[in-house]
Write a protein that binds this ligand. Structure first.
Ligand code: CA
Length: 225
């Protein structure tokens, strides 16, 4: 799969780690740099799809790094800063940043805003349409691991996403819980078939599939669009 690469330039390792965790959980590839110089070098070596850039770095300021990057590359940049200072914000945007997030941040909001920027760029590059698959009232963008219903992103865990996509791509086929465990969780998964039931209940609720994702009594499940 074509995964998006995020470069995090942040000297506070706990913050960098939280961001890395949050983005990796959502299927992004993440690299971290802990100084401006290191981050700039990493971006030059292998340009990411987006840079999350801290304002206060030990060597260069985030604004300097932002300028250096935007002079050479057409990279989306999201600035992070400790304060919600309006002047900083304007200054950050003038320096070429695409968005600006203040700490402490909500991890989900950071991921959502990054997705919005990437989606906007895809649209601008005409890449969006071909990557959208429509299944009834659900729209799937596989590259982003996102599913939309009535224009709203469903808040799915990675396993819920995989299970949902599996059903959507195999309509009218009956799958036993054992097969679903093997396909989605893998052979070495230690849980039991109850895991499948719980996930099916969740995706039914989240994706509005109460009527279409049906239980075949004594056998398993089937998606009937
Ligand atoms: Ca910092």
């Amino acid at each position: 799969m074509d995964e998006r690469k995020i470069l995090i330039i942040e000297d506070e390792k706990p913050i960098a780690n939280i961001l890395k965790y949050g983005f990796e959980k959502e299927g992004f590839l993440v690299e971290c740099a802990y100084t401006g110089g290191e981050g700039f070098a990493m971006a030059c070596k292998e340009p990411p799809d987006l840079v999350l850039l801290d304002w206060m770095l030990p060597d260069l300021s985030g604004v300097d790094v932002c300028r250096m990057l935007t002079e050479q590359y057409n990279l989306p940049i999201v600035m992070l800063t400790a304060r919600g200072n309006m002047e900083d914000k304007l200054y950050g945007l003038e320096s070429g940043a695409d968005d600006y997030i203040t700490k402490p941040f909500d991890l989900r909001e950071v991921v959502a805003r990054v997705r919005t920027i990437l989606r906007r760029l895809d649209k601008a590059n005409g890449r969006e349409e071909e990557e959208r698959c429509v299944f009834g009232e659900l729209t799937v963008v596989e590259r982003e691991h996102s599913v939309f219903r009535n224009g709203e992103t469903l808040n799915l865990t990675p396993k819920e996403y995989e299970l949902l996509l599996f059903f959507l791509k195999h309509p009218r086929q009956v799958f036993t819980r054992g097969i679903l465990l093997d396909r989605i969780w893998g052979y070495d998964f230690a849980g039991d078939t109850r895991t499948v039931d719980i996930h099916v209940q969740r995706i039914r609720k989240k994706a509005g599939l109460d009527e279409t994702l049906v239980t075949i009594f004594g056998v398993g499940y089937k998606y009937v669009p």
